[in-house]
Design a protein. Structure first.
Length: 204
């Protein structure tokens, strides 16, 4: 959400029909956590979408203020991890800064209880990535096990400023969606290890 011209991006997207919500994969609102900062960096540039009734669902990470959990338009309701339903899809937002046992236990319980056909998890740090600067989060072994054993369908992450569609890992489809970056530098991916498709991202 930190592209160089978010107002132009929001106006362009608002002209597209057929979607009602946006998932935020971390690094959402850089450098600040006051109500005035949220208004300047989010509410004003994204007013075309907010005014059209589009809802934003955030996951947080190192460049986000912890107070964003309590920001009404993030729809987090003060929680670092939460779940919501859209049609026959159940979404799970996680805090990949602290993928601790408590959070994994919560995730496992919620996944077991979810009766929807599709289960989609989203968080910032990718479990698989060929990105040049960050790469995969090798410390999240517990999350990998939970995602594959409890039949998650799709995992969406950010962090690396590239687009990657990873070859399915143990039946789970992983995507790295790095289109929200603060600088306009195009980031090249490493020689492929996991990815099926990739794209160089130049930020707006």
């Amino acid at each position: 959400m930190s592209s160089r011209n978010p107002a132009f991006l929001a106006s362009t997207i608002a002209g597209l029909a057929g979607f009602h919500f946006v998932i935020m994969l971390g690094d959402n609102i850089y450098h600040g956590g006051t109500s005035g900062h949220f208004e300047k960096r989010f509410e004003l540039p994204y007013e075309p979408l907010l005014g059209a009734g589009v809802r934003f669902y955030a996951s947080l990470v190192n460049h986000d203020s912890p107070s964003e959990r309590f920001y009404k338009l993030s729809n987090m309701n003060g929680r670092r991890c939460y779940t919501f339903k859209k049609g026959n899809v159940r979404f799970f937002a996680l805090d990949s800064n602290y993928m601790d046992p408590e959070q994994l236990q919560w995730l496992e319980q919620e996944l077991r209880e979810a009766g929807e056909h599709w289960k989609i998890c989203f968080f910032h740090h990718p479990l698989y990535s060929d990105g040049r600067f960050h790469g995969p989060d090798l410390d999240a072994h517990g999350a990998r096990i939970a995602l594959r054993t409890l039949r998650v369908n799709v995992v969406l992450s950010g962090h690396d400023h590239v687009y990657e569609r990873i070859r399915p890992q143990h039946g789970v489809d992983y995507f790295v969606l790095g289109s929200a970056c603060q600088s306009a530098v195009t980031v090249y991916a490493r020689p492929p290890r996991w990815r099926r498709d990739s794209m160089r991202i130049a930020c707006l």
